[in-house]
Every structure is written in structure tokens, then in C-alpha cells.
Design a protein around this ligand. Structure first.
Ligand SMILES: Cc1cc2nc3c(=O)[nH]c(=O)nc-3n(C[C@H](O)[C@H](O)[C@H](O)COP(=O)(O)O)c2cc1C
Length: 188
């Protein structure tokens, strides 16, 4: 069973995954085959009055070329401390060389709003329609520190902004209702 979410619900879970073992970014290649890549960089927010998920993908990734032709992507977030080996595999092997989904024994499930599937056994999913692709270049950066630290190899990221058409969570995760803290709690 799944529960439909507002785009910002469970952002804490997403944040934990991105700052830990990562989440799965799934994109279809030109032949319609799904490739999963681990990501730890991404952002949720509102742009053009729409909820969006932005991913950053380096030029060297197979996923990069998939994103050039695909109209959508999905992000599937594993629960804390789950699918760790699969995340490592999808974050170190390339879809150019191997069918990572099959090799990891991951199961895909059809998305509701986009052609790109989601990954089962994850607890949180975002179905996104691509709105913008922007290749970053050296000249775009105002911080030389960031350039030095992350782009010595000139393998710049492409920013891909996807409109979140649907986000949902498996009902196995604890739902925290959004309640205002009582005045007593708020001051403690
Ligand atoms: C925890 C983790 C997080 C990662 N995050 C990103 C990311 O946000 N962007 C990126 O371009 N690569 C990231 N990578 C590297 C890719 O996942 C890795 O290069 C992968 O093998 C690319 O797969 P592909 O060639 O099938 O696209 C990450 C790897 C790991 C292990």
C-alpha cells in the first residue's frame, strides 16, 4: 500500500539517505531500458510554481546520456540501513557495462505518471517529468574552492530539474502527522 504525499513530506528521510548511502535515480536509455544510479546530491523545492526535484549528474555517467533523451526520471529512496549493497553497486558500476537492476536483483515497478519505473522495496518515491537540463561549465562557478574540490577532472555536472508529478511513501514507514507544537513544547 502506498500513501500519496505532498512533495515536502518525509524530506528528512530523503536528506538522511542523500547524506548517507544514497538513493536510486532511475532513467530510461534510448532503447527504453531502465538504468539505476546512486545519487547523494539532489534538492527538493519549488520553481516556476511547481514542486521540483533537481538531480546533478556528471558527464561521465551513463545516466547522463540517458537523461539527454529521456522525458522523465524517478528517485526511489531506501529505508534507513537497507539496500546498502545495491546502492554501492549502482554507485560504482556503470549501466554501460552491466544491467545493474538485474545484477542486484532489484525489482522495478511501473510508475503512475511517467514512463520511467520506480524501484520496489524502497520506501519513498518521486516521479518526475524533466523540465530543464543545464550543463554546468567552469565559468558558471563563483567559488574557486568548489571548482578545485569537485571539478579538477573537468567532469562537470548537468543540472536536471524534474517536476514532481507524484510522490508517495510505502505505508511501512512511520507517518508523522504535521502538528504544531503546543506553546509549552515550543518554548522548551
Ligand atoms: C553514495 C554515492 C552517491 C553518488 N552520488 C552521485 C551524484 O549525485 N551524481 C553523480 O553524477 N554521481 C554520483 N555517484 C556516482 C555514480 O553513482 C557512479 O558513477 C555510477 O557508477 C554511475 O552509473 P552509470 O554510469 O550507470 O550512470 C555517487 C556514488 C555513490 C556511491
Amino acid at each position: 500500500m502506498k500513501k500519496l504525499l505532498s512533495w515536502s513530506d518525509h524530506a528528512d528521510l530523503l536528506e538522511k539517505a542523500l547524506s548517507g548511502d544514497g538513493a536510486f535515480l532511475v532513467v530510461l536509455d534510448r532503447n527504453g531500458k531502465a538504468n539505476a544510479m546512486t545519487i547523494s546530491w539532489g534538492e527538493l523545492g519549488t520553481v516556476w510554481s511547481r514542486p521540483v526535484f533537481t538531480v546533478l549528474v556528471r558527464q561521465s555517467r551513463h545516466t547522463y546520456s540517458c537523461l539527454q533523451s529521456s522525458e522523465s526520471f524517478t528517485v526511489s529512496v531506501p529505508g534507513p540501513n537497507t539496500l546498502k549493497e545495491e546502492l554501492l553497486f549502482c554507485g560504482t558500476k556503470s549501466g554501460r557495462d552491466i544491467d545493474k537492476v538485474a545484477a542486484c536483483g532489484l525489482t522495478l515497478a511501473a510508475s503512475e505518471k511517467v514512463d520511467t519505473p520506480i524501484i520496489e522495496k524502497c520506501v519513498l518515491h518521486y516521479e518526475c517529468r524533466i523540465l530543464l537540463r543545464k550543463q554546468l561549465e567552469e565559468v558558471d562557478f563563483s567559488s574557486s574552492e568548489i571548482l578545485q574540490k569537485y571539478y579538477k577532472e573537468k567532469d562537470h555536472h548537468m543540472l536536471v530539474i524534474g517536476e514532481i508529478l507524484l510522490s508517495y511513501a510505502e505505508d511501512t514507514i512511520q507517518f508523522r502527522t504535521r502538528q504544531r507544537a503546543s506553546p509549552q513544547e515550543a518554548s522548551s
